[in-house]
Design a binder for this molecule. Structure first.
Ligand code: FE2
Length: 222
């Protein structure tokens, strides 16, 4: 089974540049490549920072481009996103509590996207509502191997500027305890760091991916 992860699109008002690149053009190129070369994928997951500025124009551009994608897709939000602005463009994509998170069963796997956006903060967090939602999805996984996607990595990966703004340590601990209770989470995939990294976090494999527009500096603190 092939699942494609994209992340950190950082879309802006169409036509405007970001760090010397056109983020919409970059995203459109990724969608075109998937449509041409990866039609066998079961799902495309986009792990947050869909927009750079939370603008209505950026979410309109996201919707227009996703309409071209010929593979089923799921998205969640990152710290650059604006939940209310996103929902004005995608009003059906909230869960029952208003968060942008969802579950997709693919054969013997369950794909869970968790919303780690904490409004006004670069770092991520998970409130008790979201942890309760996750616990319910894990309980109902019924033996399926869970692949968990969220924007903020719960673990440090060795990039100080981003490790300082990862998922809040308390939330990461609660997430880990939740995963331990059900032992069905096989892998955690995150965005946020704009760099490919992989490893093992307390017995669970993880990865992060590059963004479609720009990379993070390796040694610069914000
Ligand atoms: Fe980002």
């Amino acid at each position: 089974m092939k699942i494609i992860q994209l992340s950190d699109l950082h879309l802006t008002t169409p036509g405007s540049m970001l760090h010397g690149r056109d983020p919409l053009q970059q995203f459109q190129a990724a969608v075109a490549d998937i449509n041409t070369h990866h039609r066998d994928a079961a799902l495309v997951v986009i792990s947050g920072d869909l927009s750079d500025d939370g603008s209505a124009a950026s979410y309109e551009a996201l919707a227009t481009t996703l309409a071209e994608l010929q593979i089923p897709w799921r998205v969640t939000l990152g710290n650059h996103d604006d939940r209310e602005a996103f929902l004005r463009e995608f009003p059906t994509l909230a869960d029952e509590y208003g968060f942008i998170q969802n579950v997709t069963d693919l054969g013997d796997h369950r794909v869970i996207l968790l919303d780690s956006l904490q409004g006004g903060d670069v770092a991520g967090n998970l409130c008790s509502t979201r942890l309760h939602w996750l616990e319910t999805q894990l309980r109902q996984a019924q033996g399926k191997a869970v692949l968990l996607f969220l924007h903020h990595p719960p673990m440090p990966i060795g990039l100080p500027s981003l490790d300082d703004v990862r998922l809040a340590p308390d939330a990461a601990e609660a997430l880990h305890q939740c995963c331990l209770r059900y032992a069905t989470v096989r892998h955690i995939a995150a965005g946020h760091v704009h760099r490919p990294a992989s490893g093992n976090w307390r017995g669970m494999t993880f990865n992060t991916v590059r963004g479609t527009n720009h990379k993070s500096a390796l040694y610069t603190r914000f």
